[in-house]
Design a protein around this ligand. Structure first.
Ligand SMILES: [Fe+2]
Ligand SMILES: [Fe+2]
Length: 361
């Protein structure tokens, strides 16, 4: 291993103190994440790349936000008045109907999916990716149903549907490509943790990771002025974004995300995981929520994409224990995810959103 230039090493260590300021650096998992971050940044700088390519784009530290202008509101009132939650594409409600019909079978499911060629093509690409790791090629939806099962494919359909929503978000607030990369990566890590635990029906972990920060997209699209304020406030105070959201809006993204999933009539369990991913101790689904909580922290710490957060969120030590993850497994999972995320993101992130992304870095 090559030695890092002492000047560069000092700079990265200073960056770590700031970036990990809301975490307990004495915790074994956080210490390892800081180590991995150090190695990653040292390698980048040795290659002449800029640090923090996935940092939130808005350079807001210099903008002063007047706290007197904050008018926190009640989320339910806001949902009844100003905010309109998006609906899922029709194909998705047809899939839900099919899933709840006791007389339907795998053939009905593959017939329905095959009617939407774009969806069918995306599904086949994703199940043939390195992330899924099947040795032989899966050519048709009916073949995919046979190998993967309808409930797993149902989750995959949901994932691909959600990524086509939210076209109108100002690119000054969030880089959509980076947002989805953070979310997809969180889902990939969560599914890998579940696989190591031997959990069945693992696709739900991918979906929960994919949707964990979706409330932020509602805030960015429905309340752009307040979103700008909360991003500025978080940057100015060096605060966590979800705390700044509560300060500015009176609620945070996980609360609105949970409400959206209920509106979409997704399983209550999923809504609970999303609702409590920053507070796993309050969840009625401790295992699933702990896995998403930890996966989110891993994604933030490695700066693989960003949903707007500038710091590594604090790790709940009980949630860490609940996942059963060890420090060694964590670094292997991060490495695997980093090597597969481009392929999965390229399949799932719609081209339109990629094209809209301006180069800020
Ligand atoms: Fe979050
Ligand atoms: Fe997140």
């Amino acid at each position: 291993m090559t030695r890092t230039d002492p000047e560069i090493a000092d700079r990265i260590k200073k960056d770590i103190r700031l970036f990990f300021r809301h975490t307990d650096l004495k915790h074994e998992a956080i210490r390892e994440l800081a180590n991995l971050y150090f190695q990653q940044e040292a390698a980048k700088q040795a290659d002449g790349m800029q640090e923090g390519a996935a940092s939130p784009k808005v350079p807001l530290e210099s903008e002063h936000v007047d706290e007197a202008s904050f008018h926190p509101v009640d989320l339910d009132t806001l949902l009844r008045t100003e905010i309109k939650l998006p609906s899922l594409p029709t194909i998705f409600s047809q899939i839900i109907d099919l899933m709840s019909d006791p007389n339907s079978d795998a053939k009905d499911f593959s017939n329905l999916i095959s009617k939407d060629p774009a969806l069918a093509a995306r599904l086949l690409k994703i199940v043939n990716s390195a992330f899924y790791g099947y040795r032989s090629k899966i050519d048709t939806i009916s073949h995919a149903v046979m190998i993967i099962g309808t409930s797993e494919l149902y989750s995959l359909c949901l994932s691909t549907s959600v990524l086509t929503l939210f076209h109108d978000i100002p690119s000054t607030l969030v880089d959509m490509s980076s947002f989805w990369k953070h979310s997809i990566g969180c889902g990939m890590i969560a599914k890998k943790i579940a696989a190591r635990r031997g959990e069945t029906n693992r696709e739900r972990f991918f979906v929960a990771g994919l949707l964990h920060d979706i409330g932020r997209l509602i805030i960015y699209s429905s309340l752009p002025d307040q979103a700008h304020d909360m991003l500025s406030y978080a940057a100015q105070k060096k605060d966590l974004l979800y705390q700044a959201e509560t300060r500015v809006l009176g609620f945070h993204h996980a609360e609105i995300g949970g409400k959206l999933l209920k509106k979409w009539k997704l399983p209550g369990k999923l809504a609970d995981v999303v609702r409590f991913h920053h507070h796993p101790e309050e969840s009625t689904e401790p295992l699933d929520t702990s896995i998403i909580h930890v996966s989110d922290i891993l994604m933030n710490a490695m700066k693989l994409g960003s949903s707007g957060e500038r710091f590594v969120p604090p790790l709940d030590p009980v949630a860490w224990k609940t996942t059963g993850l060890t420090v060694d497994m964590m670094s292997v999972i991060i490495e695997e995810t980093a090597s597969q995320i481009e392929e999965v993101s390229n399949i799932l992130i719609p081209r339109k959103q990629k094209d809209r992304t301006q180069r800020y870095y």
